[in-house]
Design a protein around this ligand. Structure first.
Ligand code: PGA
Length: 251
């Protein structure tokens, strides 16, 4: 069972204009009260990252990227490297989100290369895995998630990492798995991590993601081997994001 404080990471996806940065003022001003009890991170779109980093600086809430290229620099139009995120003060970068796997054809091998890039730049990758509804209905969830994990986080990976279990059918749909379904997958991920990373696997954070909201956060975050949440829609409003953070510490 992982020890330590929970991580609540907000994934703004392709949402937010400069006017949305006021939400970060609210998060930054509350983050100090929560420091040491729960860790907060916000992953804004790349266009807002510089301004977001300035707003979060010194607040205790971390900046994260939503994706990174595997290379540090070069001829990759439109991409952002892990080094660029690190240059802005980011601590985390999400890799392998199911939307990137679907929209950009990212494979486990791509995700592993991106995770390695994050580690090279001193960032902690938040590596996403999760099954489609068809896979779940076919009874193949554990098999598929394990394969994604093995492919996206090779056993030789060096450095810190976070795993996010995000069933695709729960993302943005308002549907969440039952507690038993979440516990089963998180336990399987924990077992795999413990086997592949004898030193860090038992304490690495495993986040749950998919329709986490203020009203279900306490239940989800209290499940065994749920060490935090990756929050999409409900991270866009500081009031909801902070409510989820408070649920993580039971206040
Ligand atoms: P959601 O998204 O909270 O809007 O379901 C979660 C995610 O995709 O990270």
């Amino acid at each position: 069972m992982a020890e330590g404080i929970k991580l609540i990471a907000g994934n703004w996806k392709m949402n937010g204009l400069r006017a949305s940065l006021v939400e970060l003022d609210n998060i930054a001003s509350r983050a100090k009260d929560l420091a040491g009890q729960v860790e907060l991170a916000v992953c804004p779109p790349a266009t807002l990252a510089g301004l977001a980093g300035e707003k979060l600086q010194g607040s205790g809430a971390a900046l994260g990227g939503q994706d990174c290229h595997s290379n540090p620099s070069g001829p990759h139009t439109g991409d952002v490297s892990a080094e660029m995120w690190a240059d802005l003060g980011a601590r985390y970068v999400i890799v392998g989100h199911s939307e990137r796997r679907a929209d950009h054809g990212e494979t486990d091998a791509h995700v592993a290369a991106k995770a390695a890039g994050a580690g090279r730049a001193g960032l902690t990758p938040i590596i996403c895995v999760g099954e489609s509804l068809a896979i779940r209905d076919a009874g193949k969830t554990l098999e598929v998630v394990d394969r994604q994990l093995e492919g996206s986080l090779p056993a030789g990976f060096k450095g810190a990492f976070v795993i996010a279990y995000e069933p695709i059918w729960a993302i943005g749909t308002g549907r969440t798995p039952t507690p038993a379904q979440i516990v089963e997958v998180h336990q399987a991920i924990r077992d795999r991590l413990s086997r592949n990373f004898p030193e860090t696997g038992s304490s690495a954070r495993i986040l749950y993601g998919g329709s986490v909201k203020p009203d279900n956060a306490a239940e989800l975050l209290n499940l065994p081997n749920v060490n935090g949440a990756l929050v999409g829609g409900a991270s866009l409003k500081a009031v909801d994001f902070l409510a989820i953070a408070r649920a993580a510490i039971g206040v």
